[in-house]
Design a protein around this ligand. Structure first.
Ligand code: FAD
Length: 524
């Protein structure tokens, strides 16, 4: 027998010995494929934590699959064993609250390098049909690199590309293109999914559509995405990137809503990306996404005059090809001319398209160099109905946050008609809603105590949620985190919860998958 097989066999025996609730035969099957089952400390440790660094749960083992068949073998073993055991797919582990953990079970490591990864299917671009087939654990940066080789790129993005395809499609996947193209889950043609019974099912709008819609935004509850067919468009070469400032919140939101209402216009008459952020403190230079405001491009905030100490920054881009460079100025000017920003506050830069898409990675490198990346992240992401965004501004940006945000605060509107209501994701009732993302880092406070800072920020998050309840602002959490069944049911609302529950019973009846989301509580 080959040494690798013997090693895998030994690991399986170990698992059986320590009692992973599985019957030997099913677990032994795991060793036959190209995957690797590991109980090594380094694997278990890294699967116990995530980007949030706030909750820890150890799996018994980590499985590195080399194919969809490997994934199916693992899930089938869990499903067919007498009591079952948790299996949570983990993409890049960039969740905040342990969503990709599998306490006492097996974490299925879909992303990352290693021998098993070498056999995973590489992204396959169909240039004429304009789609790419990507492995579920593929990082978006690698999807982009592959499609660019054929002059194409996905249409809808997240701000950060070191996230996995399966991870963002299990949530939504949003950035400044969402007003126009919808979230990433609106830009998928087909999926291969391993259900909670261990079946490999191809699904799309036309085929097995119930599973298709359930899985998109489905928080990993109904199956593991092993392949996604993602819509592509011709990749532009360059990006004109503009930021303008506002001291008046209603002017800021009026302009954002105007620009995002242009989604039906021809490309030359709308921006390609519309986002924005709130500046409550610390100046623009300290904001980790603001490398844009370089020393060559200084901002004198004190000279701008703020509304209750708060400034708002609208961020837009226009994509273009070098051959059309002469018209981009006119198009930008046309779009900016009716906006009501502070006239002296126009900041423009021009960079290659890839550099724009990969902009947050630059900030990551800087934070890593200063040991500020691997710290607790008590993030709060909310969808706020448009009709209440001014109340939110008053109560949160100019109220609860005080003068220290501890990280970027993103704010931008999206159009509900770009979100397929058949998917599992939850959005507010109104036609337009805002993403408000409080992306905070709990670094040491003035007394040198990081845990105090974390507690302070977590407390602020609770106060923000309570403020919304008290004021009747019907926000929905994006990347939701709840711990009771009642809270989850409230998050989904009656109809959607009934559908979510029914789908769970159908596609993962033993409640094996993504237990780190804490939606269902299996008895193992
Ligand atoms: P993981 O954390 O590994 O998993 C998340 C959930 O999905 C878990 O429940 C897991 O079990 C499940 N899952 C993972 N892979 C699969 C699969 N193949 N099949 C089924 N279920 C699976 N989000 C945005 O929308 N827009 C942004 O701009 C954005 N920027 C971010 C920037 C940073 C720095 C970070 C840390 C996060 C950001 N996010 C953003 C949030 C991010 O999209 C989600 O946290 C996403 O889940 C991360 O992907 P991941 O691969 O790390 O998923």
């Amino acid at each position: 027998m080959a040494p690798r097989f013997l090693l895998a066999l030994a690991i399986c025996k170990l698992i059986i010995t320590v009692g992973l609730n599985g019957e030997p035969t099913e677990l032994l099957q795991l060793c036959v494929g190209g995957g690797r089952l590991s109980m090594e400390r380094v694997d278990v440790e890294s699967a116990s934590l995530d980007f949030g660094m706030m909750s820890r749960a150890e799996p018994l083992a980590v499985y590195h699959p080399s194919s969809a068949d490997d994934v199916a073998r693992l899930v089938r073993a869990a499903y067919e064993s007498s009591r079952g055991f948790a299996v949570s797919a983990r993409g890049h582990g960039h969740s905040i609250n342990g969503q990709a953990q599998a306490a006492g079970g097996v974490v299925l490591k879909m992303s990352g390098a290693g021998p098993a990864a070498q056999s995973r299917p590489a992204p396959r671009v169909a240039a004429e049909e304009r789609y790419v087939d990507a492995w579920g654990g593929e990082l978006w940066i690698d999807v982009l690199r592959s499609t660019l080789e054929r002059g194409l790129a996905p249409k809808s993005w997240t701000d950060y590309l070191y996230l996995s395809v399966g991870g963002t499609l299990s949530n939504g996947g949003i950035s400044g293109q969402a007003f126009n193209h919808g979230p990433q889950i609106s830009n998928v043609y087909e999926l291969d999914v391993v259900t909670g019974k261990g079946d490999i099912v191809t699904c799309s709008e036309e085929k097995n559509s119930q599973l298709f819609h359930a899985v998109l935004g489905g928080l990993g509850q109904f199956g593991i995405i092993t392949r996604a067919r993602i819509a592509l468009e011709p990749a532009p070469q360059r990006v004109r990137w503009i930021r303008v400032l506002y001291s008046n919140f209603s002017s800021f939101t009026r302009d954002q809503e105007y620009l995002t209402s242009l989604h039906g216009e021809p490309a030359s008459k709308k921006f390609d990306y519309v986002e924005g952020f709130v500046i409550v403190d610390e100046g623009l230079i300290n904001n980790w996404r603001s490398s844009f405001f370089s020393p060559r491009n200084p901002v004198k905030i004190s000279s701008l005059g703020t509304d209750g100490g708060v400034l708002y920054c609208l961020e837009v881009t226009k994509n273009y090809d070098e051959s059309k460079a002469d018209t981009v100025d006119q198009e930008v000017e046309y779009l900016l001319k009716d906006l009501d920003f502070i006239p002296t506050s126009v900041f423009t830069t021009d960079i290659p398209y890839v550099d724009f898409l990969d902009r947050v990675h630059k900030a990551e490198s800087k934070l890593r160099a200063n040991n500020l990346w691997d710290v607790p992240h008590p993030w709060l992401n909310l969808f706020v109905p448009r009709s209440r965004i001014a109340d939110f501004d008053r109560g949160v940006f100019k109220g609860i946050l005080g003068d220290k945000a501890s990280g970027p605060i993103l704010i931008y509107p999206m159009n509900k008609n770009k979100w397929d209501q058949r998917s599992s994701v939850v959005t507010p009732e109104e036609d337009v809603f805002y993403l408000v993302a409080l992306l905070r880092s709990a670094t040491v406070d003035s007394s040198g105590d990081a845990s105090r800072r974390l507690e302070h920020l977590a407390d602020q998050n609770r106060r923000i949620l309570k403020f919304c309840v008290d004021e009747g602002i019907e926000v929905k959490q994006y990347l939701p985190h709840y711990s009771t069944r009642e809270e989850w049911a409230g998050h989904f609302g009656d109809d959607k919860w009934a559908r979510f529950y029914q789908n769970k019973m159908e596609f993962d009846p033993k409640q094996i998958l993504s237990t780190g989301q804490r939606i269902f509580k299996p008895e193992f």
